[in-house]
Design a protein around this ligand. Structure first.
Ligand code: C6P
Length: 420
């Protein structure tokens, strides 16, 4: 390790005790192919601390009852915890009320909910939905589906040379026909953080609602939905150190109140006759069927766990790791790093000349380094970058400088193996 890297690491260690944090994550104790695991795929899913695993286990070992359906004690306990976590989430994102917090299956489900409920009810032929070139497929395909259903048109806002959103083009494309602006808060490929507050103000001037895909922002940025000024905000628990299978859709009270259900079933009704039904108010209206109860217990534990972190220090630490990785990768011959100018989260994307990203991913796995290789569910962005696929490394506060060393050594090993 170079001298400057060693001293940078020492500085960070003073502010962030990474060894103490690493001890909380049991998955970091395993080895992969004879090497310590260097887990650099946090944008795909974050590892879980012991307390989150215990939170899920607590539900199954001590409660294991359904919610909102039972008069018995375990069911009432489960219901009380379920609603307490809803309140906890509302406080975590600065929602005006817990009724604005809908439990879903994940970011994807939340965005589909908005498209299928709000979109299908409000969009008319010729209306426009603006998306961006940087979106994940989860914030594109639901809009394609609802456009096909309603006759609305989806239009894409391009990026600038700096790989940030072209706000001038957005301003030009905003017209009174635009009903929805669907944007990510942070890109899963480049890490670019979009200026949601500014975008929301621009969209609202033209009467459009703003739907934000917060999947990649929520683990890194302090999210206060009121300050952002958007109308909907979706994210997944599993990227926030919580369980898989659970997401949050936040929506403004007045919008949720006028949206029809998107799925029917138990738990979401007011009254059911044989030939018709009326519906419960939000959030229940959007939570048909037995919800992911154990996962909600786990999310509650994840939020408790995060309370123990200085999140500003955590973000500063992981950003420094990402910067260091980007710098060292860019210093390798044949490596191209794609980084946006301006605000970004701790994600670094790169390609290696003459070696397919999948081969790099496989070669890195042989050294215990877990990265993501492919199009990252962002094919329009790959087209914009002029590549079919990239390698992506994404950092969390439990990553260490040793993970970067393993990455750099692994890329060099791949170049030797593939003769590049
Ligand atoms: N991105 C990645 O490796 P789900 O699968 O519903 O929890 O999240 C979907 C999603 C939506 N938006 C963004 C910006 C995302 O990054 C993701 C998930 C993972 O980048 C898996 S493709």
């Amino acid at each position: 390790m170079s001298r400057s890297v060693m001293s940078a690491s020492a500085d960070r260690a003073l502010a962030w005790d990474v060894d103490r944090v690493r001890a909380d994550f049991p998955a970091l104790r395993r080895s992969v192919r004879g090497h310590p695991l260097a887990y650099l795929d946090n944008a795909a899913t974050a590892l879980k601390p012991e307390s989150v695993i215990a939170g899920v286990a607590e539900y199954y070992t001590q409660v294991s009852a359904n919610v909102a359906r039972g008069v018995h004690t375990p069911s009432q306990e489960a219901t009380a915890r379920f609603e307490a976590v809803r309140e906890r989430v509302a406080a975590f994102i600065g929602a005006a009320s817990p009724a604005e917090v809908v439990f879903t299956a994940g970011t994807t489900a939340g965005l589909n909910l908005v498209a299928q409920s709000y979109g299908a009810a409000m969009l008319e032929p010729g209306d426009e939905i603006l998306v961006t070139e940087i979106e994940h497929h989860s914030n594109l395909v639901p809009w394609h589906l609802v456009a096909a259903r309603t006759g609305a048109v989806v239009r894409g806002v391009p990026l600038t040379e700096d790989l940030t959103l072209d706000l001038d083009r957005l301003e030009q494309m905003l017209s009174d026909r635009v009903r929805v602006v669907a944007v990510c808060h942070a890109s899963n490929v480049l890490g670019t953080v979009l200026p949601i507050k500014q975008i929301a103000a621009m969209a609202h001037r033209r009467g459009a609602v703003v739907v934000v895909d917060g999947a990649q922002a929520i683990p890194h940025l302090p999210v206060r939905v009121g300050d952002l000024g958007c109308d909907f905000y979706a994210f997944s628990a599993h990227k926030l150190f919580g369980p898989t299978g659970l997401g949050i859709l936040w929506g403004r009270t007045e919008l949720l109140a006028k949206m029809p259900p998107w799925q029917g079933g138990g738990g979401m009704i007011a009254q059911v006759e044989l030939t018709g039904s009326t519906y419960a108010p939000p959030p229940m209206r959007f939570e048909a069927g037995t919800p992911p109860i154990a996962e909600v217990y786990g999310l509650g534990a994840a939020l408790d766990y995060l309370d123990g972190w200085d999140r500003v220090a955590a973000t500063r630490y992981e950003d420094a790791l990402a910067d260091e990785a980007a710098e060292r990768l860019a210093g390798l011959s044949g490596v191209t790093v794609y980084r946006p100018r301006g605000p970004r989260v701790s994600v670094v994307t790169f390609t290696v000349a003459d070696i397919h990203p999948h081969d790099i991913g496989t070669a890195l796995d042989a050294k215990g380094v877990a990265v993501r290789a492919g199009h990252h569910c962002a094919q329009p962005l790959m087209r914009r970058l002029g590549v079919p696929a990239t390698v992506r490394v994404s950092f969390a506060p439990y990553n260490s400088p040793a993970d970067i060393d393993a990455l750099i050594t692994g890329v060099g090993h791949a170049q030797r193996v593939f003769g590049a």
